[in-house]
Design a protein around this ligand. Structure first.
Ligand code: NAD
Length: 263
């Protein structure tokens, strides 16, 4: 078993599913102790937690903080510091989507997307930074999106939040540039997770077309590779950022999007 992150502690928000779970697996696979977070069936989450701990021989804890609330974001980080001794790696991944034209975008959905996809990262980062600065090491990874770099119609809150988190990433990188801490954004294109499956299903229903056709149309409309980015590929990039090769890579917004943003 590989152990390049042995002795490191990672908090990954929204890691009960999708990309967050993929990154948690990658970090645990290199020996990091992990704090999981996110929603789901308690029995399923416990199975996931115990399974990761057994598979990789690392400590794995779970905190179900609702990251739409500032205080819960702070408590997630302090809980990890107390139970695991430190937070060396913080992956801000939790996110939701809502699709609607701007003039009919429900105000409560706007607030929820901004709170979970953007403000939560501000709150976890500001809580984790003092400990990272004291230890002279930190890896802050914000899961943005191609929608942090370019826009699509009907995603006002999501695009605003993702552009916002790219901006936050740059500011934190500047403020930590001489401290041993790096802060980067990963900007995935389409990844086949529950968040995207919902959009494929909605497309199939709206067009009266089979799901497979809706999936293909969704992909080729934006992502020239016509292939989904995988959670394993994103896990591998997160590992690179946490390793020695990533030590002077900071303030970047890294697209993993099959040339979506090259157009
Ligand atoms: P997902 O729906 O599979 O996972 C989202 C995770 O966030 C889940 O664990 C969920 O429980 C958690 N979560 C949601 N609301 C929360 C809250 N209030 N508090 C705590 N946890 C909460 O989605 P995903 O596709 O894996 O998305 C993960 C991140 O990647 C999101 O930020 C998303 O915007 C981003 N992203 C996804 C894609 C894609 O194509 N799937 C592309 C680019 C960026």
């Amino acid at each position: 078993m590989s152990t390049t992150l042995k002795g490191r502690v990672a908090v990954i928000t929204g890691s009960t599913s999708g990309i967050g779970l993929g990154i948690a697996r990658a970090l645990a696979g290199e020996g990091a102790a992990v704090m999981l977070n996110g929603f789901g069936d308690p029995a399923e989450i416990e199975k996931l937690r115990a399974g990761l701990a057994a598979e990789f021989g690392v400590q794995v804890f779970y905190n179900g903080a609702d990251l739409s609330k500032a205080q819960a974001c702070e408590e997630l980080v302090t809980d990890a510091e107390q139970r695991l001794g430190a937070v060396d790696i913080l992956v801000n991944n939790a996110g939701i989507q809502h699709v609607s034209p701007v003039e009919s975008f429900p105000a409560d959905r706007w607030d929820a997307v901004i709170a979970i996809n953007l403000s939560s990262a501000f709150h976890t980062i500001r809580t984790a930074l003092p400990g990272m600065k004291k230890r002279g090491f930190g890896r802050l990874i914000n899961i943005a999106s191609t929608h942090g770099l370019v826009a699509s119609a009907n995603k006002a809150a999501y695009v605003a939040a993702k552009h916002g988190i790219v901006g936050l990433t740059k500011v934190v990188a500047l403020e930590t540039a001489e401290t041993g801490i790096t802060c980067n954004a990963i900007c995935p294109g389409w990844v086949l997770t529950p968040l995207v499956q919902k959009q494929i299903d909605a497309r199939a229903a709206a067009g009266g077309i089979p799901t497979a056709q809706a999936e293909r149309e969704l992909l080729i409309e934006k992502q020239p590779s016509a292939r989904f980015t995988t959670v394993e590929q994103l896990g591998a990039l997160a590992l690179f950022l946490c390793g020695p090769g990533g030590a002077n890579l900071t303030g970047a917004a890294l697209p993993v999007d099959g040339a979506w943003t090259a157009q």
